[in-house]
Design a protein around this ligand. Structure first.
Ligand SMILES: [Zn+2]
Length: 422
């Protein structure tokens, strides 16, 4: 399965079409959600991959509404409830969480998708993988745990521990791979420093990051790599979709695992596919989770189409810079597009910056952005200057005392949107 990743594009696309046709044939006789969605459409059994573009989208709001209308788990289920063995929830901080079920087959599929992530990062069965997160109902790291088992690596769950206990465990067992969010890798390094521990010299050689963008933001990645003396890899996945993105030795962003997902990148303004080099919304179809399928799912993630060539030899779609942010988070400040990841890239160039917060307000019909940054006050002018040359914008910055802004273990929420309060 992983070895599709270096084949010529027509072979990859032929495999995608065959998987999609088989999956639709299996799913449609019993899945009420997609039966209703495809009702009145021409034959949903596609003849060409390009026909997928005529199928309707699926989005999160729809799935949430479906679960409200058909409690507990909604109607997007292909098999009897007794076939499902895992329940996870989305970690979204707003709105009703979505409950997603997996069968034994689809849970194996999640594990296989994660072995692709590990292989991309050069992790093998000889590694010891430490997972630094709380093991709640959020799927990301559970699937990382399952994938490490499939790889044959020794796997250590770091749930129920505080940061110091996690650091001590990493040292004690000689973990070689750390899996956590990028924000939390930096937080662990901060705690290590407070306790006089040197993680640069630790046994950790590889860090893999999930849950939020960061490992594909050059300055953030360098900061994690410096703190841990390790090579840092990115990964992207979603509860409702699967573990779809992984990075390779080139560290230039993400590849989409096109053995298991069909990716489209669409211009949010008109729904048309973007050209190579352009950014748009990532729309995904999963090919291996027919118990809880997602056809043309609007991820809400903004990505750039990077073509199909990479020096690593993979021919899977490349997303330079990884996930650039949420489509909704893209701000237009005085006519200039500003992605939160671009702000992180500048701020993380300053070693004295420990944490920051982006405040978004609206003046008239215009969005405005200001920053609160944990840094010495004398740095403010330098940061402002660096932001101005990177983004061509003058952004007001207030320096705040170190340790005063929130810290995050799972998804960091650094953008505070005050537009709605106005
Ligand atoms: Zn590559």
């Amino acid at each position: 399965m992983p070895h599709l990743e270096t084949l010529d594009r027509p072979l990859i696309e032929a495999s995608q079409l065959a998987r999609l046709q088989l999956g639709l044939a299996r799913m449609l006789p019993t899945n009420r959600f997609y039966q209703e969605k495809f009702a009145g459409k021409e034959s949903p059994f596609l003849e060409r991959l390009a026909d997928l573009a005529h199928m309707p989208f699926t989005d999160k709001r729809e799935l949430v509404a479906d679960q409200a209308a058909h409690p507990l788990f909604g109607s997007n289920l292909t098999f009897p409830l007794s076939d499902y063995i895992r329940l996870h929830q989305t970690s979204g901080t707003t709105g009703q969480p979505l409950k997603i079920l997996d069968t034994q087959e689809s849970w194996d599929w999640w594990g296989d998708c994660w072995t692709t992530v590990y292989r991309g990062a050069g992790v093998t069965r000889d590694d010891t993988v430490f997972l630094a997160f709380g093991f709640g109902p959020f799927i990301g790291f559970w699937s990382a745990y399952e994938g490490a088992k499939k790889l044959g690596a020794l796997t250590v769950p770091g749930g129920g521990m505080d940061s110091l206990q996690r650091l001590r465990t990493i040292q004690e067992i000689g973990a070689t791979v750390l899996v956590c969010t990028p924000s939390y890798a930096l937080r662990l390094a901060e705690v290590a420093q407070e306790h006089g521990m040197n993680m640069r010299g630790s046994t950790v050689l590889v860090t893999i990051h999930a849950g939020e963008p960061g490992a594909s933001i050059p300055a953030t990645r360098r900061r994690i790599e410096d703190a841990w003396g390790a090579t840092t890899f990115d990964h992207a996945g979603m509860t409702e979709m699967g573990a779809f993105g992984y990075s390779c030795s080139e560290q230039r962003g993400l590849h989409v695992n096109e053995a298991e997902f069909i990716a489209e990148i669409l211009d949010p303004s008109n729904g048309k596919p973007v050209q190579e080099g352009q950014a748009g919304e990532l729309v995904l179809t999963n090919l291996g989770r027919w118990g809880s399928p997602a056809i043309r799912y609007r991820t809400g993630d903004l990505v750039r189409h990077g073509g199909y060539h990479c020096n690593c030899g993979r021919t899977f779609l490349h997303l330079p810079g990884g996930i650039l942010g949420r489509v909704d988070d893209m701000l237009i400040v005085r006519g200039i597009n500003v992605y939160p990841s671009a702000l992180a890239d500048v701020l993380h160039r300053f070693p004295a910056v420990t944490e920051y917060r982006v405040i978004v307000t609206r003046e008239g019909s215009m969005d405005e952005v200001a920053l609160e940054v944990e840094c010495p006050p004398h740095l403010v002018t330098d940061i402002q200057e660096e932001l101005r040359s990177a983004l061509h914008l003058r952004i007001p910055i207030e320096s705040v005392e170190p340790g005063t802004l929130p810290r995050f273990e799972l998804k960091a929420k650094r953008v505070e949107d005050r537009r709605k309060q106005l």
